[in-house]
Unconditional design. Structure first.
Length: 204
């Protein structure tokens, strides 16, 4: 008697992470305006996925553009701060604020740019334990104070940055980056924004 053929195994659908806890649907890609579709296609091309922070904003494309333009200018625009230094500021701010999304996403960025997974993890846990140049440490100390006790910022804090080698334009960029991530952290906490699964194992 011939054996019955085993039923073909069903392939489980790929699990996707819901970007946040609010009952606001992420619009289908084809419903987005051409500029946003092109932006998301560039994300797919460069990193293989669209970050959930962008999907979270996509229900209101005006807000998405404002957010992404500010991010791109702060993190990729011309500055006396390197891309790695800006990512480290993002991680320090997010560590103080216990922001799961930003720690996961920007911790991966620190691992990628530095090529040092240990440094990425150490920055997430406690930047003060890392072996950093005095100039960078001064910037991160400024970022930590501005995040924890903004009302206590005084001229001595700015002067400490100048003495470490930062220009006044650099101080503006440091402060703007700190401020942006404090805003982002609070939005992520408010809506329980979830990092993309791809971030967790990246660049380790």
């Amino acid at each position: 008697m011939a054996k019955a053929k085993a039923a073909p195994k069903k392939t489980a659908p790929k699990k996707t992470t819901k970007p946040h806890a609010l009952k606001i649907a992420v619009p289908p890609r084809e419903k987005l305006d051409p500029a946003t579709q092109a932006y998301f296609a560039k994300c797919d091309e460069k990193i293989g996925f669209v970050p959930n922070v962008l999907l979270s904003y996509s229900f209101d494309q005006k807000k998405l553009r404002a957010f992404s333009e500010m991010y791109n200018e702060l993190m990729l625009g011309e500055s006396g701060l390197s891309k790695l230094e800006r990512e480290m500021i993002a991680v320090v701010v997010s560590s103080i604020n216990h922001c799961f999304y930003c720690l996961t996403a920007h911790g991966a960025a620190v691992r990628q740019i530095s090529g040092d997974p240990k440094l990425g993890e150490l920055m997430v846990m406690n930047y003060r334990a890392a072996d950093l140049a005095p100039k960078l440490r001064a910037a991160l100390d400024f970022a930590a104070k501005l995040t924890e006790t903004p009302a206590k910022m005084v001229e001595a804090d700015r002067e400490a940055l100048r003495k470490a080698g930062w220009s006044d334009r650099d101080i503006w960029d440091i402060a703007a980056t700190v401020s942006f991530y404090n805003m982002s952290n609070r939005m992520a906490a408010a809506i329980e924004m979830q990092p993309n699964d791809e971030y967790h194992g990246a660049f380790r």
